[in-house]
Design a protein. Sequence first.
Length: 438
Amino acid sequence: MATLKEKFAGKMVPMRERIQKILKENGEMKIADCTIAQAYGGMRSVKSMVWEVSALDPNEGIRFRGFTIPELQAKLPKLPGTGEPIPEGLFYLLLTGDVPTLEDALAVGEEWKKRAKLPDYLIKVLESLPVDMHPMTQFSLAILALQKDSKFAARYRAGMPKIEYWDPMYEDVMDVIAKLPEIAARIYMRCYKGAKYIAPDPKLDWAANLAHQIGNDKPDFYDLIRLYLDIHSDHEGGNVSAHTSHLVGSALSDAYYSLSAAMDGLAGPLHGLANQEVLRWIMDTMKDLGGVPNEEQLKKYLWNTLNSGKVIPGYGHAVLRKTDPRYVAQREFALKHLPDYDLFQIVSSIYKVAPDILLQHGKAKNPWPNVDAHSGVLLMYYGVTEYDFYTVFFGVSRALGIMAQLIWSRALGLPLERPKSVTTEWVESQIKAAAQPK
């Protein structure tokens, strides 16, 4: 059986030739226009980068290598007796575009286990940090500290040919992904459980070991973490964390620099930190209304929220124009495992009434829930009550997609990213020129 690295190497040359043909024959073809509103509005929806591993459709939601989340839940390999695919198989798919067998996925897992041990210097770095430092700060610092061992940086200094860039990048990516569950678990245990250390279990898969090392060995929780790490793994290239990794990596910064920078972006309240903001709001709702509200109480509360100039957290998305399929996957898990949980009942009630209210309010382009509207409630149910940590779970997951793309970026020789910026004065001059008689 070919290894994952051998499989990728076989995909690489045909893909290079495919792109070279596109550039040679159609390189000057225009694929996007940029409006003034887009230039000032965060480059929203401007088609200006290539991202191979996933694509986001406004009406269908995210597709990983062409497959929807329900399709992947059916197609990707699961361990016997479990309910959700293991992320090892998803990474195989993201990197190669091929649906793996269980044997393929287990081979990736065994490779990660060989690389998972944390170096002593990194453990000392983690132990030196204040326990009240935000977990995402610690997570980003830990990833960056591992840069000391970058194989890409060492071979670049030695003068490797550009055609070989993908090889040490692959090695760095596999090394850092392998270590993420234990990094995350050590941060969690130091911050919240009195620094108790739980060693990884060699019999468990990558996601289940993360659950195990934070002290939660419920089989259903193993499945929740598998689901969580699968569905948060990528969301095309334009979101903050993915775009950051792509930009930093385009400077030929290695996987550690690229991933650490991506985590800094993920830590923002308008990106990955949103999940804890949503949970805080749901808990405040329950507190303000004295428990699980009825439909009329909830409608009044949501209208009061909107009329006071606030938003309903977890609703709306920059691209999606339907209910986020990641939300649906989590809802189905909750209906199966925790249908009577009070916080889930509130989430369900909000899902029932919020879209119509937002449509009547008239300011939301998308009145449907996104992934953050649900994820915190599931983690809370299984005893992970420390919601400052939730974005670290998100970060472990997001590494799968952005690191798979980073290998492809080096394999395809994608160049330094350098868009052109303009000044407001220049914009005004263009408007003035366009108004002149032809």
